[in-house]
Design a protein. Structure first.
Length: 544
């Protein structure tokens, strides 16, 4: 994609009011997430060193990992903007409780409220990732939205720890959490009543139990091994992040001798790198193949982590962590886009919820493994061991990434716009619609030829691109269809014989979609199905 095209795509993202609001809220969330995490880590480190910090990290992450898949169900049951706003409001309450505990409570109360805060945080990222396709008009805009999302995540990763470093000196750790209470309420207000391009949800339906809903998302990953491999590779990335989070304090205090404030600077360097990496993901916009970028990001992160074993001063350590942050941002955008392209829209939030659980498990195992790695390999050798483990995971995931690449198809932009503007497809989420458009094939009907005969079996859906068709029922012409009109949906949706005959008075060109591809796209949600049923009823009424 040319530079001007990339800039235009980013202008489209920032010009989309709903996307803009979601991304501002996501920035506030990321700043809060990393600020609170570092604040609690420093609190625990002050009390009992790296071992206590690791134990406290695990105590926060394990309950959060267990809750994440169940919390994400909300994003597939109600409008995702409402689910996101609710999550931010709950996080504000949890941050308030944790801040008050840091100010007035004993350590065990601080740890209990920190666990509560970690669990509340799981309400955001899966719903945010599942919401972006509902707000995006095309694959390019979705990739750009993911890229900008990575940018604001990098900003949050940088700003959160830096705020912690400043406030821990001037006002204490409690001020860090209390600062974010009103900011999270702002995030909640920003994400209420967004303008969704598609609403693949069904908040007024009768649902199965929450365990059944989570199991459905798990079955999707069980049956889709490449998608599961991407989710597991994300967990491996967070394992390394967990190791580094604990070793920031070790590196800053025990190795480099720069104190707690140095730990905040090291963590903030990762955020700076996230900005660099997120900006670099502009090259992914419009790109079909993403396996190689994912693998390059994993290899870079592994090398950067291992090279921390060689640093002797703050400057090189900061530069290496900038590279590590950049590679993680690049990985996040590319891998997230792969999942959004390949997973059914109606279970997307649940799949991201399961991935969130894997990420948290990876973070917990990494945090718990850090003291073990230090004991086995020393403060410096621990970084080498972690880098090697990540590299091995990346190599194992390579075949699965290639498989997902082969499945990804970008539709013709003009065809996508044509289908997007049809009323029958307004409830269809963007990734599902793109798959449908990619499956469309051109058909030419000569003047005087019959396209559909009343009573035949329905096997295709058609959209007119040039010329026109006449619809005949009961011996009379009931409709004339020009460019942008469609026909053939009734027999497919109701599983009945063709209800009318359709002929081409002049040479006519159409796009045809086979029955299976059409039904897979339009029946992916019950709300979408109800809208289509209403349209079919209207068409049947016109036929008399």
């Amino acid at each position: 994609m040319a530079r001007s095209d990339t800039l235009q795509t980013y202008r489209t993202v920032t010009g989309n009011r709903s996307l803009r609001r979601v991304l501002v809220a996501f920035f506030l969330f990321n700043a809060e997430e990393y600020a609170i995490w570092l604040a609690i880590t420093l609190f625990a480190f002050d009390i009992g060193g790296a071992t206590t910090a690791g134990v406290v990290a695990i105590a926060q992450l394990v309950p959060a990992a267990l809750i994440a898949p169940f919390a994400a169900v909300l994003g597939d049951r109600i409008r995702r903007d409402r689910a996101l706003a609710l999550g931010y409001a709950i996080q504000a309450g949890a941050a308030l409780a944790c801040g008050l505990a840091l100010a007035f409570g004993p350590p065990m109360v601080v740890y209990a409220t920190a666990i509560l805060s970690s669990c509340a945080i799981t309400l955001t990222r899966p719903v945010h990732n599942a919401l972006l396709p509902d707000l995006s008009a095309s694959t390019s805009e979705l990739t750009a939205a993911n890229s900008v999302s990575g940018t604001v995540e990098g900003l949050g990763t940088m700003v959160g720890p830096l705020l912690t470093s400043l406030l821990v000196v001037s006002s204490g750790l409690a001020a860090v959490l209390l600062l974010f209470v009103p900011l999270l309420l702002v995030a909640a207000a920003l994400t209420v009543r967004l303008e969704l391009r598609a609403v693949p949800l069904h908040d007024d339906d009768v649902h199965p139990g929450i365990v059944h809903a989570v199991a459905e998302g798990a079955r999707v990953l069980r049956d889709d091994h490449p998608a599961a491999a991407v989710a597991l590779l994300g967990g491996a990335q967070f394992f390394i992040l967990g190791v580094r989070d604990i070793l920031y304090a070790v590196l800053a205090i025990d190795v480099l001798g720069v104190g707690e404030q140095g730990a905040g600077i090291l963590a903030g360097a990762v955020g700076v790198g996230g900005l660099v990496g997120a900006a670099a993901t502009a090259v992914l916009v419009g790109r079909v193949r993403l396996a190689t970028p994912v693998e390059v990001a994993v290899g870079t992160a592994a090398g950067a982590t291992a090279s921390l074993a060689l640093v002797m001063a703050m400057g090189p350590a900061v530069l290496i962590l900038v590279v590590a942050g950049a590679s993680r941002a690049f990985f996040d955008v590319a891998s997230r886009t792969l999942l959004q392209r390949s997973v059914r829209p109606d279970v997307l939030a649940r799949v991201f919820g399961l991935q969130e659980a894997l990420l948290l498990v990876g973070l917990a195992v990494g945090s718990g493994s850090a003291p073990i790695l230090v004991a086995l390999f020393g403060s410096r050798g621990a970084f080498v061991a972690a880098g090697v483990l990540l590299l091995i995971c990346g190599l194992l995931a390579w075949p699965s990434l290639r498989t997902l690449d082969r499945r990804a198809v970008l539709p013709d932009p003009e065809r996508f716009v044509l289908f997007r503007e049809l009323d029958i497809f307004r409830p269809v989420p963007q990734p599902a619609l793109e798959q449908l458009v990619a499956a469309a094939r051109p058909v030419r009907v000569g003047a005087g030829e019959v396209l559909i005969r009343e009573g035949d079996v329905g096997d295709r859906f058609y959209v007119v691109t040039s010329g026109h068709l006449t619809v005949e029922h009961g011996g009379r012409i009931v409709a004339t269809l020009g460019p942008g009109a469609y026909v053939g949906e009734i027999a497919l949706l109701r599983d009945v014989p063709r209800t009318a005959s359709v002929a081409a008075p002049v040479e006519t060109e159409l796009l045809a979609v086979d029955r299976e591809a059409f039904l897979l796209a339009v029946t992916g949600s019950r709300r979408g199905s109800r809208a289509l049923d209403a349209e079919v009823d209207r068409r049947l009424a016109e036929l008399g």
